[in-house]
Ligand binder design. Structure first.
Ligand code: HBI
Ligand code: FE
Length: 289
């Protein structure tokens, strides 16, 4: 049993074979709805001018600010009409193969629980705010919707080729912590950043992390930390460019990666396209935020 509260070895009682559970929206308490509103309002003071247009447009299109935790019965028809995606509730982290199968079928899995009022600033497990506020608005962008489905299909294949760690890094440095270039400067599209009040500022404005142009093999070799701000952010030129990368066959990429060493989080390589070079290493920064 992991130290996470919401990790199970098999679908827990009440979950379907694909690990989905009912959202049971009526069971959310006033405190839980208020937590959503508090987090939403806090992010909306920070994200204009920092989050990508795709994210902000998605947030508007899905109208996640009707007061309290969104009811998937109301959200899903809107999302499905836009890009064919739906959000399904799961009890927590699901096994990779289950996760990939849902993505490959345009189903995004979201935690059902929301963090406690005393956990507003950080939690290790994805709760419904991280998943629905952080991830779902980007699924209204057709190119990102295609990317996420391609990722799911790629995941099923990577598992059979023993390349899951490399694929998980791709997810981490794009879907969770990705930045993109725009006419107005760097913008956030990664859910792990956009759902965090502190990292939304750190990722764009702090001098300590490296910001490096996205390159598939480079990203797939780069380690990541799950318990602190990132020490490197990878920057894509556009969502379309990211989608195009994953529409090609990863087989030759995996062959090229064989035998290549992993890259530490705070390293800059000679042929990196450096957008901003960090001012200090992770250790010098004294570790956790
Ligand atoms: N399960 N519910 C849930 N949410 C995730 O984001 C998730 C997961 N299982 C595995 C996983 N992410 C990552 O390992 C992916 O890189 C596969
Ligand atoms: Fe996530």
């Amino acid at each position: 049993m992991s130290d996470f509260e919401h990790v199970f070895d098999a679908p827990p009682p009440g979950a379907a074979a694909d690990w989905t559970i009912s959202q049971n929206w009526r069971a959310y308490t006033e405190v839980e709805h208020d937590t959503w509103d508090t987090l939403y309002e806090r992010q909306m003071k920070i994200l204009p001018g920092r989050a990508s247009d795709a994210f902000m447009n998605g947030l508007k299109a899905l109208d996640l600010n009707t007061g309290g935790i969104p009811d998937f019965a109301v959200l899903n028809p809107k999302l499905k009409a836009l890009t064919g995606w739906t959000v399904e509730c799961v009890p927590g982290l699901v096994p990779d193969d289950v996760f990939f199968d849902h993505l490959a079928n345009r189903r995004f899995v979201s935690g059902q629980f929301i963090r406690k009022p005393d956990q507003l600033d950080y939690l290790q497990e994805p709760d419904i705010f991280h998943d629905v506020f952080g991830h779902v608005p980007m699924l209204t962008d057709p190119d990102f919707a295609d990317y996420m489905q391609a990722y799911g299909k790629g995941g099923q294949r990577a598992a059979s080729l023993g390349m899951l760690p490399q694929l998980a890094r791709l997810y981490w440095y794009t879907v969770e912590f990705g930045l993109m270039e725009s006419a107005k400067g760097l913008r956030i599209y990664g859910a792990g950043i956009v759902s965090s009040a502190t990292e939304s500022v750190f990722a764009l404005e702090d001098a300590s992390p490296n910001r490096i142009g996205f390159e598939l093999e480079r990203v797939m070799r780069t380690l990541y930390r799950i318990d602190d701000f990132q020490q490197v952010y990878f920057v894509i030129p556009s969502i379309e460019a990211l989608k195009d990368v994953t529409l090609k066959d990863f087989g030759p990429v995996y062959d090229a990666l064989k035998g290549q060493p992993d890259i530490a989080v705070d390293v800059v390589l000679p042929d990196d396209r450096v957008i901003t070079r960090g001012t200090q290493s992770y250790a010098a920064r004294g570790g956790r935020f």
